[in-house]
Structures are given as C-alpha cells and as structure tokens.
Write a protein that binds this ligand. Structure first.
Ligand SMILES: N[C@@H]1[C@@H](O)[C@H](O)[C@@H](COP(=O)(O)O)O[C@@H]1O
Length: 297
C-alpha cells in the first residue's frame, strides 16, 4: 500500500485526478481495448470529478473509450431521485464529459430481482476484462463501497444492510432526515474491488482519521474493510493532513519519506513510479519486473 499525504483535500483530489488522466492516456484505450474504471460517489470524490471535467475541457483527456462501473446504489430509491447514485454520477460527472452512455454501468437498486442484478453486474465486469483502476472513498467506519464492518473480505456484488453509522452519516444528503435514508444498498464486494488491477482511495477530513489509522496501521480486519487493501499488490490511499490525525508520526514520516525518495529519483510527484518504470515502449501498462521500483518500496 502506498500512502500519499497532501495538506488540503483539494490537493489530494488534484493528485488523484492527474494520476487517472496519466493512467488513461498511457493506456491509450480503444473501442476494442477500453480503459475500465471503477467509480465511487460521496463528497470526497467530488473535487476529483471536477478536476477530471476540467482536464477534459482543456483537451487533456478523452473518455470516449472509458467504461465505468460504479461501486454501489441505494435499494428502492427512484433512479431520478436527486440523491440516487445514478443522479449523482450524471449530475456531477458523466453529463460533463464525452463518455458514451452505453459504457456507463450502475447497479439498479430497483431491479425486479436484486440478486440477479448483482450476479449480472459481476458478469459484465468479467466480460470487459476486469477493472483496470478502482477509485474509491471510505466511510467513517472504514467501509469501502457499502462493505460495512463485518462484511466478508471475500464478498462480491450483493445486497447489503447499511450500518447505523452510515445511515447517520448519509442523512446529511437527505436534509438531515435519518428516516429518509434507504436502509439497504447494492454494492460491489471487497473481493470485486480487490480484483481490480489497481485501487486508489481518497480519504479527507478528520472524520476519516480513525478509519485510515485502522486500515494503514492496524491488521487486516473485516471490521474495517478498507484494510483488505493491505493484500492488494497495487493500492494507493491519498489523504489530506486531517485524515492523518490518528496515525503515528512515524507512519506519516515513513510514507512521506518514500515519496521524497521517489522524487529524488527524478520522477514527477504526480507520476506513480509504477507508471514511469513499468510502462512498455508503446506506452501500455505492464507488470513491473523483479527488482524494478514499484509503489510499495
Ligand atoms: N457508499 C458510499 C461510499 O462509497 C463512500 O466512500 C462513503 C463516504 O462518503 P463521503 O466521501 O461523502 O464521506 O459514502 C457512502 O457510504
């Protein structure tokens, strides 16, 4: 796991947006070989979407050959409800870029059979060759997507009851009315996220500090599903300083020291070492070879 610390939330978001732009451009996606991107909702990813829209407007990135899969969706909330994740994604991202709506995948929380919807979603991910990069946020209880504490770390897309802490946290999107927050959601599983070739997480604000502490310094535990990323070979957590509040100073210094080492080797701070060193001559992604510098130095 790589931990990137930036002073302010918007700097953390800028870092991730620049990273995604570079990853997609280096991949050179085509119709036959699209870039498959996993996406979250929530307030923390919003500035990432704004930065990606700005990059698109400046002509630095095209989403024409990008296929997206969203992490989760509420059960029973009408698709056109302003707080459905469908509405969130179209209003805050898809409507502002050149993505083909045929390439957008979101779980249907109103499907006749929710179980079949989940099985079909996993099949669709498999059919496009798996997810290249899964972007995610984290809940204050350490959940990733809607994989609440106690979720199996081997879980796949399924129906999930929301934890009380999540219902309270998400009431802010429903005028503070706890009763208006749906009690259930469809969510990709921890294993669905772990299957992505790369996972990038944004966590900003002091409300995420405990979750970050557990995920980075604690052991792997179903009580903090984000901690499963310790087993992923290419994961990166990007935080602002407030989200580091519960980490040991030694931990923060270790990770910022790693980044300094990378920079002193002449790499751009916005360029992941794996990108610089594990990119083939034709610009396509490849597995780093033995002994080659990877993000987990
Ligand atoms: N299902 C979503 C998660 O995917 C998201 O990470 C979390 C945090 O959201 P925020 O960034 O608004 O704190 O909210 C919801 O629970």
């Amino acid at each position: 796991m790589r931990l990137i610390v930036r002073e302010r939330p918007e700097q953390a978001a800028q870092y991730i947006a620049a990273y995604i732009v570079k990853r997609i451009n280096a991949f050179s996606p085509t119709t036959e070989r699209p870039f498959v991107l996993g996406l979250p909702t929530g307030s923390s990813p919003l500035p990432i979407y704004q930065a990606l829209i700005a990059a698109y407007t400046r002509g630095e990135i095209s989403f024409q050959h990008v296929v997206t899969f969203n992490m989760d969706e509420y059960v029973g909330l009408p698709r056109d409800h302003p707080e459905s994740y469908h509405s969130f994604m179209y209003n805050n991202f898809f409507r502002h870029i050149n993505i083909d709506v045929k390439n957008v995948n979101l779980l249907d929380g109103n499907a006749t059979s929710l179980t079949e919807e989940c099985i079909a979603y996993e099949a669709k991910i498999k059919a496009v060759g798996g997810i290249e990069l899964f972007l995610g946020g984290v809940g204050s209880d350490g959940h990733i997507a809607f994989n609440e504490p106690g979720s199996s770390l081997a879980s796949r897309t399924r129906i999930k009851s929301l934890a009380h802490e999540t219902i309270i946290a998400n009431a802010r999107f429903f005028n503070g009315d706890i009763d208006a927050v749906p009690r259930m959601a469809l969510t990709v599983g921890v294993q669905t996220i772990m299957d992505a070739r790369e996972v990038v997480i944004i966590a900003t604000g002091v409300s995420k500090a405990l979750a970050i502490q557990q995920a980075v310094e604690g052991g792997i535990s179903h009580l903090c599903t984000l901690s499963a990323l310790q087993l992923h070979s290419s994961s990166m957590v990007v935080v602002d300083e407030d989200a580091t509040m519960e980490l040991k100073m030694k931990t923060v210094r270790y990770f910022t020291g790693v980044e300094r080492t990378i920079l002193s080797k002449g790499m751009s701070s916005e360029t992941p070492p794996s990108l610089t060193l594990a990119t083939s001559n034709d610009g396509t992604w490849r597995e780093p070879e033995d002994g080659e510098l990877t993000p987990d130095i």
